[in-house]
Design a protein around this ligand. Structure first.
Ligand code: PMP
Length: 433
């Protein structure tokens, strides 16, 4: 009886707490229900249960505005860009270049510094193959961190092996904010590149971007920020950060797949050779050699991802309309709530509790492998990620094989984590824990 009363009290507390929090958000003009209603995918059922989408760090769902933009661009003014002298091509070119301007405004740079790529992975490869092959010499060093996504490790390895360059990885403490002194202590006269994440896709730790970029500048290295998990949670001002490169993927910022952004400082881009050759990136072509266009065209060989770029522009319009800082504040509250809730469940261990943490909650369970957890809660309509999250060195460093990761977006609610907590109780029951 006492146990029953205690459980009832806890349920009432959680319900009331939740209700108050959602009300509070609405009062502050962040109406999460209104926002969520703009995402058609979030209204569907999965296994006869309402979808609980907690996999936004892998890819964000898309608001109707972006879906409409894709439909409308393909339906009314679709054509190839730059080369055509007809109305449709002019319109498509204006929309495509207009999207570049929107992105430049969003991150505060010149549109000449915004290169469209197919994603963050392609952007980092572009820097490695273009800047890296030209500038790196045997004995040089590249500093990364152990919390890197593979996209910010493997391109450097490929180039490092060709050029006789050493890769050095900074350690990270999962439950603490990253101290930039760790990077400083690894700098030598051979340091040429410092590449790091804005936000860890496993721990959610927010890196002190400005401080690390200053360390790079002071030692004459270039700074490369993998902004995939950062740009989605708060304002990014590349001028203020003073980074040399910042990249991200459109599909994580409410835009479509197949589009990414590489920001590069204009005085660095101008000295970089092309990575891919072909149409649209040239000045004059002869049989034996060619001259190249100025950036950004120099780095956009061939027919670009036209509609994807335009739709990313619309996604940014949507984000600006809602307010990126408001989105970030909302997500941080949800993440704090979720972290506390999951951590209070017996047998669940949350991995990563830095005060700055945002966006993701990684956890393990004593009783079950992450793949089993994800599979079981999928039947409850809950979508999470399970595995190494393309961060094997981080897993190795902490002796983990995998984690389960729940991640949020502008549309996430406190109740998503209540449902996840209930799902984990079911996992425990199944495994007899
Ligand atoms: N870096 C981070 C931190 C990421 O989370 C991801 C996507 N999981 C990437 C890089 C790679 O992005 P994409 O696969 O879109 O190129």
């Amino acid at each position: 009886m006492i146990l029953f009363l205690l459980k009832l009290r806890l349920a009432c507390f959680l319900y009331w707490n939740n209700y108050k929090k959602e009300e509070f958000d609405i009062m502050k003009n962040y109406n999460v229900d209104k926002i969520k209603a703009q995402f058609p995918a979030l209204n569907r059922m999965v296994w006869d249960k309402p979808l609980v989408y907690l996999d936004s760090a892998a890819s964000m769902q898309k608001p109707q505005k972006v879906l409409d933009a894709i439909q409308s661009s393909y339906s009314f003014n679709y054509s190839n860009v730059h080369r055509g002298l007809h109305k449709l091509s002019e319109e498509a070119t204006s929309d495509y270049e207009g999207a570049r301007k929107k992105i430049a405004n969003f991150i505060n740079c010149s549109d000449k510094e915004v290169i469209f790529t197919s994603g963050a992975t392609a952007a980092i490869n572009l820097i490695a193959y273009s800047w890296g092959l030209k500038n790196l010499l045997p004995g040089d060093e590249i500093i990364i961190t152990i919390a890197e996504h593979h996209a910010n490790i493997v391109p450097w390895q490929i180039i490092a092996q060709q050029k006789g360059v050493k890769i050095i990885a900074a350690n990270i403490i999962p439950d603490e904010d990253f101290n930039s002194e760790i990077i400083k202590s690894l700098v030598t006269e051979n340091t040429k590149i410092i590449a790091f994440p804005h936000v860890s896709n496993v721990l959610g730790t927010v890196f002190p971007v400005k401080e690390i970029c200053k360390i790079a500048k002071d030692c004459g290295a270039i700074s490369v920020v993998d902004g995939c998990q950062g740009i989605i949670h708060g304002k990014v001002d590349v001028e203020e950060l003073d980074c040399d490169f910042y990249c991200f993927s459109g599909h994580k910022l409410y835009g479509p797949t197949g589009i990414g952004i590489l920001y590069g400082k204009s005085d660095i881009l101008i000295d970089m050779p092309p990575f891919l050759g072909g149409g649209d990136m040239i000045d004059i072509v002869k049989i034996q050699n060619s001259t190249f266009a100025d950036p950004p065209a120099r780095f956009e060989a061939g027919t670009p991802p036209i509609i994807q770029a335009i739709a990313l522009g619309h996604a940014i319009d949507w984000v600006v309309e809602v307010g990126i800082d408001e989105i970030g504040k909302h997500e941080k509250k949800i993440i704090s709530y979720g972290t506390e809730l999951l951590d209070s469940i017996d047998g669940v261990k949350v991995f990563g509790k830095a005060p700055s943490k945002t966006g993701v909650i990684s956890f393990t369970m004593d009783c079950a492998h992450s793949h089993d957890i994800a599979t079981i809660i999928d039947r409850e309509g809950i979508a999470v990620r399970a595995g190494h999250h393309c961060a094997q060195p981080l897993m190795d460093a902490f002796d983990l094989v995998s984690t389960t990761r729940a991640s949020v977006g502008a549309y996430s609610k406190y109740e998503d984590f209540d449902k996840l907590a209930a799902g984990l109780t079911k996992v425990k029951k199944i495994f007899g824990a």
